[in-house]
Design a protein around this ligand. Structure first.
Ligand code: FES
Length: 581
């Protein structure tokens, strides 16, 4: 039954479609009724959009039709009218050249789908890496009430009785294969065991990181980030989110009331505490840009600094998302942080109408190995570092928790790869002039150069060094890195080489200095020579073959700006468009 008070409240957006007894109302209602929807669904109750990124081509989100059914149960129970709609599903594992190329396309799809339809509030079904930021970006640009329901991580991967983590195991096993430590049969036998249930990557990769970010931002109910995809409690959470979104529509609890500067500062701190992905730097900036919250790269250093990483999950640590949930999940982390004064804004509002601290102050913490006490952290300071210098005047990022400590201050000679193809061809060359102190430099893999900013920044080491037992080297690029990956990897160099950034002028044999503590990345060549080389740099022209790729290359912002399309930044509101009948 609809809430009888619905009719006394300020009219919902959907009444502009369904609320009139004229020709237009007839047409909007009549066509909807072909789905078997009764009259009373149009009585002024909130219409709840369920924005679904289900796709069999996005295996991490392939269980979302069932998830949507449970959201609907909650919506009906609370007296709302659920309407499920599909949006572009950009799955990380299949999409070429990279799912990042279409994050903004998906966000644009979400925004226009919400604004153009009779939707009062929306449930965002997110899972695979880019689906979380894309849906939050699109909803933020409309500023409707919205709640995130994540699909949840896969169960632990298994190989020979041991746990293996999504993505992380691939990088490790591939290095072992190249080093001759395992054979092809052993390598391939990990395939099925690594991905053995519905859900997203079970490491603290980008999907899990962004799920934690959504929870830390206050845009989901507590525990949304970690409940395994196949755990019945995931479906209870979907049901409860369905109930809550109806209340949010009635309360007009819009995203801008939740996505405040305080919420982003909490999320930055949480990212350090969980050992989260570097991709969060780009995605949080893009989400903040859509809702109009100022967020700078230096916020990651200034706000996140001195936050210990206490979640012992791969790729930085030992465990997987299943253990994380059983240990208490994100509420347990937030509680530990809050008790130590490390949650900068405990009063930040969340979707259930309560302050984030009120949600977690009594959260159980059941395993100190997985969610460590603050005085026994995995990393003493797990904040993502921002590096500036003549090689990255607009910044670059490094994740210390995934790096080798002795390489965080390093001087080495560059071995340069002009693009990914050049890297693939050259890295296997046994005569390549490279040793463990060299700095591998990869160009033209940034937002414009690739295009789409591929996750190739953790480029594999030369096989001849792997055979010597070398496990890590300093690597620098304008690319991104999978959240499941690790290494002393400088990423997101801005401006990128293809946009005329100084990365373009690095040559074989140049000395490069990295000083993570000082936040410095320096190309040590004569300043006059630096200027001479810069004068010859030509920014990349958009590909002539047109289509979305051309739009993207012409309008994508650099990594320090969140890689959104320039014309999509900002909140355009939820005003009802005029009708055309
Ligand atoms: Fe989809 Fe990792 S590939 S979550």
């Amino acid at each position: 039954m609809s809430d009888s008070k619905d009719k006394q409240r300020k009219p919902l957006r959907s009444t502009a479609w369904f609320g009139t007894a004229d020709k237009n109302g007839f047409m909007y209602r009549s066509w909807m009724k072909n789905q078997g929807i009764p009259d009373h669904a149009f009585d002024g109750r909130p219409v709840i959009g369920i924005c679904n990124t289900w796709s069999e081509l996005t295996p991490c989100n392939a269980h979302f039709r069932k998830l949507a059914e449970h959201v609907k149960r909650g919506v009906y129970e609370a007296g709302g009218f659920p309407v499920e709609f599909p949006v572009f599903s950009n799955g990380e594992s299949n999409l070429r050249p990279t799912a990042m190329l279409t994050r903004n396309l998906a966000a644009m799809d979400v925004e226009e789908a919400i604004r153009g339809n009779p939707i009062d509030a929306v449930v965002l079904l997110t899972g695979c890496d880019k689906t979380t930021p894309a849906l939050l970006m699109g909803a933020a640009s409309c500023d409707v009430p919205a709640i995130v329901v994540t699909g949840g991580p896969m169960l632990n991967g298994k190989l020979d009785g041991k746990d293996i983590g999504s993505g992380t195991a691939v990088w490790q096993l591939h290095e072992s294969l190249k080093a001759g430590e395992i054979n092809l049969h052993q390598f391939l036998s990990a395939e099925a065991g690594m991905s053995r249930s519905a859900g997203t990557c079970n490491t603290m990769g980008t999907a899990s990181t962004m799920a934690c970010m959504a929870e830390a931002l206050g845009t989901s109910l507590p525990h949304n980030a970690a409940i395994p995809a196949v755990d019945s409690r995931r479906y209870v959470l979907a049901h409860m989110s369905g109930i809550r979104i109806v209340e949010m529509a009635r309360e007009d609890l819009t995203l801008s009331k939740i996505l405040t500067r305080q919420a982003f500062e909490n999320a930055i701190r949480v990212n350090a505490a969980i050992g989260g992905s570097t991709n969060a730097v780009i995605h949080l900036k893009a989400i903040a840009g859509r809702i109009g919250v100022p967020l700078e790269l230096e916020d990651w250093s200034n706000v996140g600094r001195d936050t210990p990483t206490i979640v012992d999950l791969m790729p930085s640590g030992r465990f997987l998302m299943e253990e994380f949930y059983y240990a208490g999940g994100l509420p347990a982390v937030l509680r530990r942080m809050g008790e130590a004064g490390l949650l900068p804004h405990p009063g930040a509002l969340t979707v259930n109408g309560k302050a984030i601290w009120d949600n977690v102050r009594d959260a159980p913490i059941t395993n100190d190995e997985v969610i460590r006490p603050l005085d026994q952290p995995l990393i003493r300071d797990g904040s993502i570092r921002i590096l500036r210098g003549n090689l990255s005047p607009r910044g670059a990022v490094l994740k210390p928790s995934a790096a080798t400590p002795r390489l965080l201050r390093h001087r080495g000679r560059a071995v340069v790869f002009e693009n990914l193809e050049h890297y693939k061809e050259r890295i296997v060359d046994e005569s390549l002039d490279v040793d463990e102190n060299s700095v591998l430099v990869l160009k033209r893999c940034g937002p414009r150069g690739y295009p789409g900013m591929a996750e190739v920044g953790n480029m594999g080491l030369p096989p001849k060094l792997l055979r010597q037992g070398i496990k890590d080297m300093v690597r620098i690029s304008d690319a991104r890195m999978s959240g499941t990956a690790y290494g002393t990897v400088v990423l997101h160099v801005a401006p990128e080489a293809a946009a005329g950034g100084p990365l373009a002028i690095v040559r074989d044999g140049d000395w490069i200095e990295l000083d993570c503590e000082a936040g410095r990345l320096h190309l040590d060549i004569d300043p006059a020579e630096f200027e001479r080389r810069m004068a010859d740099v030509q920014p990349l022209q958009a590909p002539a073959d047109g289509g979305y790729r051309k739009l993207y290359v012409n309008h994508v912002l650099q990594a320090d700006e969140g890689c959104d399309l320039d014309f999509l930044v900002g909140c355009r509101g939820r005003e009802v468009p005029r009708h055309s009948h």
